[in-house]
Design a protein around this ligand. Structure first.
Ligand code: SF4
Length: 238
């Protein structure tokens, strides 16, 4: 079900994302570094985080997409959960994710090893420190982490203060760039929809989604490095 079915809804989404971004920028690195130090997460190499079962999909930022294209362009697919659908049945989504194999493992996973580890993507580097946004009592967004606590890895390891600060800064930088990509996507779509006399329509979204779920190919425009790229996809890609 799309959350946005009017152009006004897109504007409100941009405003909300901008508020999240502004609250994130105010979030003190030191506070996050302290949480990271207290949790003391240590990877045990179980590779669960590299599976669809555990983690859904691996979303890539623009610089990751460029890197992935150099490694294997076939590893990229439009992100699922298409955000918008116009009256002609075309979906729009804010970026690419990594393809998984049929068993749900990331396409770059071999056994429990990442075969591109030295070149892995930004989300892979900060995992599991990605942040979750929630409304706080004061009407501002609060930021929480860590993903999958107690479901993988080990805890209470000693991490140096410098290492905690580095992780915190990298995590906040990632989240900021993610939000800015989302804002850019919705801003671009607003102009694109107006220019081409398009509008988001829930009924059409639902019809197209049913076709997609039944195995039919659908058109998805992916927002990639400031432009929309057209794809035809079926659910088999996922
Ligand atoms: S690219 Fe490597 S680290 Fe990232 S999800 Fe895939 S296997 Fe895991």
């Amino acid at each position: 079900m799309p959350s946005i079915t009017t152009l006004r809804g897109i504007t409100e989404k941009i405003e909300d994302l901008s508020r999240q971004r502004d609250d994130l920028v105010r979030f003190p690195d030191e506070e996050l570094a302290g949480i990271i130090r207290d949790v003391g997460f240590s990877c045990t190499g179980c590779a669960r985080c590299c599976t669809r079962e555990f983690n859904g999909h691996v979303f890539l930022l623009d610089d990751d997409v460029e890197q992935c294209m150099r490694i294997d362009a076939g590893a990229l697919i439009p992100a699922p959960g298409f955000e918008l659908c116009d009256q002609h049945g075309n979906f729009y989504v804010s970026g690419y994710v990594l393809r998984c194999r049929e068993d749900g493992d990331c396409i770059f996973l071999e056994g429990t090893r990442c075969r591109i580890y030295a070149q892995r993507f930004r989300i892979c580097r900060i995992y599991p420190y990605m942040l979750h946004r929630e409304w706080g009592d004061d009407g501002r967004y609060e930021w929480r982490q860590i993903a999958g606590l107690n479901e993988h890895g080990e805890y209470h390891a000693h991490l140096s203060a410098g290492e905690c600060r580095r992780i915190a800064a990298e995590t906040i930088s990632y989240e900021k760039d993610f939000l800015e990509k989302e804002i850019a996507f919705y801003t671009f779509c607003t102009a694109f929809f107006k220019e081409h006399n398009l509008r988001p329509v829930r009924k059409v979204y639902d019809q197209q989604m049913r076709r997609f779920q039944h195995g039919e190919a659908v058109t998805v425009y992916v927002f990639d490095r400031g432009a929309l790229k057209r794809h035809r996809v079926t659910r088999d890609a996922y």
